[in-house]
Design a protein around this ligand. Structure first.
Ligand code: PBG
Length: 327
């Protein structure tokens, strides 16, 4: 074999050559925009640890989802921040509650042009900030929580969610939600399961975004950062319980998990590029230490390359705008 016969660089010679031979692309339709709406706001409020991300009013949320649809995004994931919280998170079940109302408003605004996803969890609604209700010892009560999730799922479906996103990491939540949806005549409402959700330091800015009341941590329900095999166990359980899409969260510090799940999942795999992942890039870019657009593009690409078929990211609209420019 001559020295020159194998030259991978031949496929890197021009931009057109690299475009032709790239193994991974990102399309707007694979991006999902998370959005926050806060009850009682009269103007959108910036979230300091998430530059460019706001707590929306009803009006600005409608504008954001209209823009998302125009950009051809895959969907939106809605989070609500209620005015009043209590131990059981009862505002989550109120059809006039902030999230259920937001789902209705967004559905009325964009119809079926986007997949409307809703965060199905109690942490924004409880006064202690946990993802479920507590027992007498202060431990998150799995089964009572799952019962509330089932009712929440029906409320979201009735408000017009196409897909509910249980993010609380309770055991058996997918089965309970599926059964409740089917029983209430919502057999077509799908479930995007946060299957492998880790107890992560990278959720810090999100907790500011939802004004989290949490003291302590979520380590008795979210996964341990050291565990890889366990992610497959969680995914298999969710698949058996009827998950339509399985998700890994966070994304960039868990790309091995994304790849493992992508290798075995018969359903689409999502990954959530969480608030802290964005914060580290934004902070470095603000200091002039990193090229912001290049770093964001590379981070989203890496999640797709690892095997995620869709990415939830706060940069969804911005990245989609760049993809349009690049065409
Ligand atoms: C909890 C929830 C979390 C996120 C979304 N829903 C994590 C948590 O507070 O433990 C994190 C999203 C992010 O950091 O961007 N229901």
């Amino acid at each position: 074999m001559s020295l020159t016969s194998h030259r991978p660089r031949r496929l890197r010679t021009t931009a057109a050559m690299r475009r032709l031979t790239t193994e991974t692309r990102v399309a707007p339709a694979e991006l999902v925009l998370p959005a926050f709406i806060r009850e009682g706001l009269t103007a959108p409020t910036p979230i300091t640890s998430m530059p460019g991300v706001v707590q929306h009013t009803t009006d600005t949320l409608k504008q954001a989802v209209t823009q998302a649809a125009e950009l051809g995004l895959g969907g939106v994931m809605l989070f609500g921040i209620p005015g009043v919280r209590d131990a059981d998170g009862t505002a989550s079940l109120d059809p006039e509650g902030v999230l259920n109302k937001a789902i209705r408003d967004v559905r009325a605004e964009v119809g079926d042009a986007l997949v409307i996803m809703s965060d199905l969890c109690l942490d924004e609604f409880t006064d202690h900030g946990h993802c479920g209700v507590l027992d007498a010892d202060g431990y998150v009560d799995n089964d009572r929580t799952v019962g509330i999730y089932a009712r929440m799922a029906v409320a979201h479906a009735e408000a017009g969610a196409h897909m509910v996103g249980p993010s609380g990491m309770m055991d058996g939540q997918i089965a309970a939600i599926r059964t409740a949806l089917d029983g209430a005549g919502h057999a077509s409402t799908s479930v995007i399961a946060y299957s492998a959700k880790y107890a992560s330091a990278y959720y810090g800015p999100f907790r500011e975004a939802v004004d989290s009341q949490l003291k302590g941590n979520r380590r008795t329900y979210q996964m341990d950062a050291g565990n890889r095999r366990e992610a497959l166990r969680e995914v298999k359980l969710d698949l058996a319980e009827g998950a339509d899409i399985v998700m890994v969260k966070p994304a960039t510090t868990y790309l091995d998990i994304v790849a493992d799940v992508a290798a075995m999942s018969p359903v689409p795999v999502a990954a959530y590029q969480v608030s802290g992942e964005c914060a580290v890039i934004e902070a470095a870019a603000a200091n002039g230490w990193i090229d912001r657009r290049a770093a964001i593009t590379e981070s989203v690409l890496s999640i797709r390359r690892a095997g995620a078929s869709m990415v939830l990211t706060y940069w969804a609209a911005e990245v989609a705008g760049w993809l349009k420019e690049d065409r």
